[in-house]
Design a protein around this ligand. Structure first.
Ligand code: GCU
Ligand code: CA
Length: 138
């Protein structure tokens, strides 16, 4: 199953401001993180069973620098300084996809800026898990 988690919707947390001044976002806005190392956009996501899941991150990056972020799951870094390419404008939204390990049930996913430019603007993450809970009939 695929589930969307908006950056502006609790329990998600944005180190910065929820804004809506650049069109094309989903929901009611996006996370404009503070431009500083360690600024993060955090999500609580659910997985049906332990294993791996696909994390699709929708973002816009209208600058010319390459921003990057550490991706943490349940406090462990699973991707270091993963690059978010410039998208050509703050209203030009792209999706970056990574594979992450997950526990069954709730998981904490954190995107943490690894350069002083902060994160790109983060719209949402979508999590695609393997489907049925372990032990459930299919
Ligand atoms: C601009 C833009 C913001 C963005 C910021 C940045 O101020 O309007 O949406 O977050 O640049 O460089 O991070
Ligand atoms: Ca910003």
């Amino acid at each position: 199953a695929t589930t969307r988690y908006e950056a502006e919707t609790a329990p998600a947390v944005c180190d910065g401001a929820i804004e809506s001044n650049h069109a094309g976002y989903s929901g009611s806005g996006f996370c404009n993180s503070t431009n500083v190392v360690g600024a993060s956009s955090r999500f609580t996501i659910n997985a049906a069973s332990a294993g791996t899941a696909t994390l699709a991150i929708r973002y816009a990056h209208g600058g010319t620098d390459t921003r990057s972020a550490n991706i943490l799951v349940n406090g462990s870094t699973v991707q270091s300084a993963s690059a978010f390419a410039a998208t050509g404008g703050w209203t030009a939204w792209s999706t970056k996809t990574v594979t992450i390990p997950v526990n069954a049930g709730s998981n904490a996913v954190q995107l943490s800026a690894s350069t002083a430019a902060g994160l790109p603007n983060i719209d949402y993450v979508e999590v695609t898990d393997s489907g049925e809970p372990t032990g459930e009939p299919t």
